[in-house]
Design a protein. Structure first.
Length: 385
């Protein structure tokens, strides 16, 4: 029985994680849950999974949740303190890091420092402070399993092979809802258009990131840290069908890929149960019905965010943290209709150019860079309003 703490349990990844746990009650026990919003769903999850502790973001929600649960209430906490308590909870052997944004960094780091294995969905943790996170993983001897489908695919394609034989990683990208739109058309797109992802059903932030292709940029940075390869050995192919989840090319020209239908339950389950595979009751991949799979190069003109991420990765130090923070603010502003779609890469370009990159030797530096990036982006957005 693996005891699990789920950070971000009401989100898209959190809900899928709990679905898997519910289908395999002999294998997983949920000991802690946290959520930032959606109290009703959280209350339902608490009744169903009976964790020892649950944490909400806001103090007022702590009281409401206790009221909702009545006698069934476990320990209920709030704020950063509550989140941290769930991240380091004594009973937990594994922490599923499924909060969205750089807010996931501090609790994920705390979980690593307290010796927990991590199932990592929160890519922003590695984007913001990848070097420090991986150093802590090594030092504590914990396991960090990727949940992101591309990284799970690479993780699987590396198994049984020698790292020294890897030539490059190829991340696949669906291209999002605007894959075939002309640059001029992109100017007009609305948040609703951008949220309508063709293949994956996900939280709002990552859906917008998929539309700008910043998601793939963040994933390139995530891959750099997870697999310890430089930016110039990580490529991106557009693959509209989202069937080949990513690939590893070896020095002899062999390319090993992982394929499957686009459903996050597969990579989540693999992270939870590695090295075993869980039966998941998903529809089988029917390649014959699909007929063909296609691949092409990403268009850097229409999707400037991808190149910005490569640039930040090459600059190293605090640059990726600043880019990520500015992106979170810009995405929020786009969702609030304060910003047009094409203004997102514009803002990021300007924030990245204005930043004086520093070294990243302590988590405080990552948090400072994160704050700086947020403020810089906010100022630019306010000035344009
Ligand atoms: P989501 O928005 O659906 O859920 C996020 C969860 O975190 C919710 O429970 C929310 O209440 C909580 N939360 C949000 N902000 C918080 C804060 N500041 N403090 C504490 N809790 C907070 O997001 P998601 O789509 O499930 O994505 C979660 C993470 O997984 C992201 O980093 C995303 O990039 C990554 N990811 C998601 C998918 C996917 O299919 N959804 C795929 C790959 C990677
Ligand atoms: Mg992904």
């Amino acid at each position: 029985m693996k005891k699990i703490s789920v950070l971000g349990s009401t989100g898209s990844i959190g809900v899928s994680t709990l679905d898997i746990a519910a289908a395999h009650p002999d294998q997983f026990q949920i000991v802690a849950l946290t959520a930032g919003a959606n109290l009703h769903l959280l209350a339902e999850q608490v009744r169903r999974f009976r964790p020892s502790v649950v944490a909400v973001l806001r103090k007022e929600d702590e009281v409401s949740l206790r009221d909702m649960l009545g006698a069934a209430a476990p320990e209920v906490l709030s704020g950063l303190e509550g989140l941290m308590a769930c991240a380091v909870h004594d009973e937990a052997q594994m922490v599923v890091s499924a909060i969205v944004g750089a807010a996931g960094l501090v609790p994920t780091m705390a979980a690593i420092e307290s010796g927990k294995d991590i199932a990592l969905a929160n890519k922003e943790t590695l984007v913001t402070a990848g070097a420090l996170v991986m150093e802590a993983v090594q030092r504590k001897g914990v396991k960090l399993y990727p949940v992101d489908s591309e990284h799970s695919a690479i993780f699987q394609s590396l198994e049984g092979h020698r790292k020294a034989d890897v030539r490059r990683l190829i991340l696949t990208a669906s291209g999002g809802p605007f894959r075939d739109k002309a640059l001029a058309e992109l100017k007009q797109v609305s948040p609703a258009d951008a949220l309508a992802h063709p293949n994956w059903s996900m939280g709002k932030k990552i859906s917008i990131d998929s539309a700008t292709m910043m998601n793939k940029g963040l994933e390139v940075i995530e891959a750099r840290w997870l697999f310890d390869l430089p930016a110039d050995r990580i490529d991106v192919h557009i693959h509209p069908q989202s069937i080949v989840h990513s690939m590893v090319e070896y020095v002899d020209g062999s390319v090993i890929a992982q394929l499957g239908i686009p459903d996050m339950k597969t990579p989540i389950a693999y992270a939870l149960s590695y090295p075993e595979r869980l039966p998941l009751n998903l529809p089988a991949l029917d390649l014959c019905a699909l007929g063909s799979l296609s691949f092409s190069k990403p268009d850097n003109q229409r999707f400037a965010c991808l190149e910005l991420a490569y640039e930040a990765l090459r600059a190293e130090g605090t640059a990726p943290a600043v880019l990520n923070a500015a992106n979170e603010v810009a995405v929020e502003a786009f969702l609030n209709r304060e910003l047009g779609f094409l203004a997102i890469p514009d803002i990021l370009r300007r924030v990245l150019d204005a930043h004086r990159h520093g070294a990243l030797t302590h988590i405080d530096e990552a948090l400072r860079a994160d704050r700086w990036g947020r403020q810089a982006a906010r100022r630019l957005i306010d000035a344009a309003l």
